[in-house]
Every structure is written in C-alpha cells, then in structure tokens.
Design a protein around this ligand. Structure first.
Ligand SMILES: *Cc1c(COP(=O)(O)O)cnc(C)c1O
Ligand code: SF4
Length: 339
C-alpha cells in the first residue's frame, strides 16, 4: 500500500479507522485493565485464545460499564473457561457452509442470492461466532482479486443479489470494495449488493467519506445488514454512522443473535429495537445460536426464546419485532421459529 511512502507517511495517510483497527485490544489483561476489572478474574482458556484470539476496538470498550463482569458488551468478547467444554451437538461447521463453499469464496445456498466470504478479518471477535472455526485461508475471495468470484457469478445469472460477508467485508479497504462493486455494476442481471457487517457498530469511524462515496455512486440497490445485539452498542457515533449510510440510499437492517445473559430478556430486546429505530435501522432477524463448538454457554432454550418473542410482540409495533430464525443446513431459507 502507498508505495514510496515511509512508514510515518503511511501512518499519516492511512484512514483513521485503519489506525483504530490496528489499535484494537488483543490481550485479555489489557481489556480487564481498561475496564478496571481485577486480572485474576476468571481463568482463561489459552488453547481457545490461540485459535480465536480476543479482539475489540477501543471505541467498543468505551461503551462497556467499568468494573462490571456482567456487562452485556463485555460478555460478547470475553473468553469464558466454558469455551473449552465439549458439548454434544456443537461442532465446527454448525450451518453446513463448508459443504456449500464454491470457488471465489461463494456460498450459494438460497435462490437468487449468494454470499461471498470476502475476508476472514473482523474488527471484533465475538465469542459466539458461528464462523470461529472457519478455514478462511482456503476460502478467501479477496486474495484472487475477486476474479474467481466474478467467474462464478457469470456462470449463474439467477444470482441477482450478492451478499458480501466474512469475516466482515468492511474490514477491507475501500479501493478493493469499490472495484468489486464496479465489476458487479457491469453485470446487468445483478440488482442488489448487500453487506453483512458489524463494523459500523463496533468501529463507527469506518463509515468515512471514502466508503460513502463508492456506495453512493453505485447503481446497485444497497442493503446493509448490521449486527448489534444490545441497545448499549448503539451510541451517538453509531447513530451518526447509520445516518450517513442511509444517505447513500442504502436500506439498513439489523440481525442479532439471542445470547444468554447478553440479551435474553424482553426488556433487552425491546430496548435494542427502539435504539435501532432511533438510528434508522429496522430489526430483521433474531437468530437462535448456531451450535458451534465453544459457544454452548450462550445458548437460550427455544422455549425461552418463544416467551421473549410473545412478550415483545405484545409490547412493540410489528415492524420492531424481528423474525426469530434458526439456520438449518440444507433448508432453502432461514427457518422461522413459531412462537
Ligand atoms: C443467511 C444467508 C443468506 C441471506 O439470507 P436472507 O434470508 O436473504 O437474509 C444468503 N446466503 C447464505 C449462504 C446465508 O447463510
Ligand atoms: S463480527 Fe460477525 S463474523 Fe466477525 S466475529 Fe463477530 S459475529 Fe463473527
């Protein structure tokens, strides 16, 4: 990047969000110190930290309550010893993605839309992540300059919507994303570009002039599906980032995961929906946990999920009630759970 520039010059020309990403906390002790929590708190599972290290941007840490080990944002990023437990039914490919993975990082499971694993990188490592064991090295589209991805799309004109996912596509630089979007624009059968991203929530400075410029310039319909699980994640900076994204013509939705002790109450879900709406974002999916190894301690029973949904629907307007879904390998869509 930036050939011919010294490291200092590169640091000066680098977008602010990249510097913030590089300054993310990656050591458990550092996170505890930032929050004023004693270092001898719960034992850490070193084995799991090696395969899925902690990562959390400072701006997200700033939204956690100091000294509170039950803070709902802290719990999403803090490796509990229970991650090491082997729980029957919990595996490394909970949603059957590996079997469906094609060249160019393409996963085409549903009619008319295909998902592209654009990168393995994320701005935050969420402990419940269903892709925490994903072999990104084998799947990355970005490495092949998207050529293989585009070849797959050229071979199947039924795909009208391309979903950039990962990892997190907004961990990629704008030049890369813009080139890909431009390549999609030259293909008349492609109508929509969707981004599945948690970055505007955990690192709102990522929504900068460069990102907004290529989004606004694109002829594609844009749908941005954010990922926030708790109302406290949405502060004024995140709301401003959402407003800027909407100004490009993008439709903003949110998907959340139902997580034990994080958002498993009607109050927490109602607050999340209200805060999302305040930021111009509608709730889309509420996923029950994918059964991924190391995440069983986040599971909420289906009965409890249904109780929450019934109470939520009795309290909020219909457009603030997300669809409760489970991903079942082999099904033609996310499976709605009746409540
Ligand atoms: C979830 C998912 C989608 C998107 O599904 P929608 O119901 O349209 O949000 C697309 N492709 C794959 C592989 C998915 O897992
Ligand atoms: S941002 Fe999304 S893909 Fe990345 S670790 Fe969190 S849940 Fe997983």
């Amino acid at each position: 990047m930036d050939d011919g520039l010294s490291p200092t010059q590169q640091a000066l020309t680098r977008p602010r969000w990249q510097a913030e990403l590089a300054a993310a906390i990656t050591r458990p002790a550092e996170l505890l110190a930032a929050l004023g929590i004693a270092v001898d708190h719960p034992a850490l599972d070193a084995e799991h930290l090696r395969s899925f290290p902690i990562r959390v941007p400072q701006s997200f840490v700033a939204r956690m309550r100091r000294g509170d080990v039950r803070d709902p944002l802290f719990l999403q990023v803090w490796p509990q010893p229970a991650e090491g437990d082997e729980v029957p039914g919990y595996g490394v490919d909970a949603v059957g993605d590996l079997a469906k993975l094609k060249g160019g990082g393409l996963i085409h499971k549903y009619q008319g839309r295909a998902l592209v694993i654009a990168t393995g990188a994320c701005a935050v490592n969420c402990r419940y992540c269903f892709r925490r064991h994903f072999p990104y090295g084998d799947a990355l589209a970005a490495r092949g300059q998207w050529r293989e991805t585009l070849a797959q799309l050229d071979a199947d004109h039924s795909i009208e919507e391309v979903i950039l996912s990962g990892g997190d596509p907004l961990a990629l630089a704008d030049d890369k994303l813009r080139l890909f979007a431009e390549a999609l624009e030259t293909r008349p059968w492609i109508r929509r570009l969707r981004l599945h991203t948690r970055v505007p929530v955990v690192l709102p400075s990522r929504v900068d002039a460069q990102l907004l410029a290529w989004l606004a310039a694109s002829r594609l319909q844009k749908v941005i599906v954010l990922h926030a699980n708790h109302g406290n994640e949405i502060d004024a900076d995140v709301a401003a980032a959402c407003a800027a994204l909407r100004s490009t013509g993008a439709q903003l939705l949110n998907q959340a995961v139902l997580l034990r002790q994080v958002n498993d109450t009607t109050d927490a879900q109602a607050e999340l929906s209200e805060r999302l709406l305040g930021a111009g974002v509608l709730p889309y999916y509420l996923h029950v946990l994918d059964q991924v190894a190391g995440a069983a301690h986040f599971d909420v029973s289906e009965e409890q999920a249904q109780t929450i949904m019934r109470a939520l629907a009795a309290r909020l307007p219909g457009y603030l009630v997300p669809r409760l879904v489970r991903e079942i390998a082999g099904e033609p869509a996310k499976t709605p759970l009746p409540w």
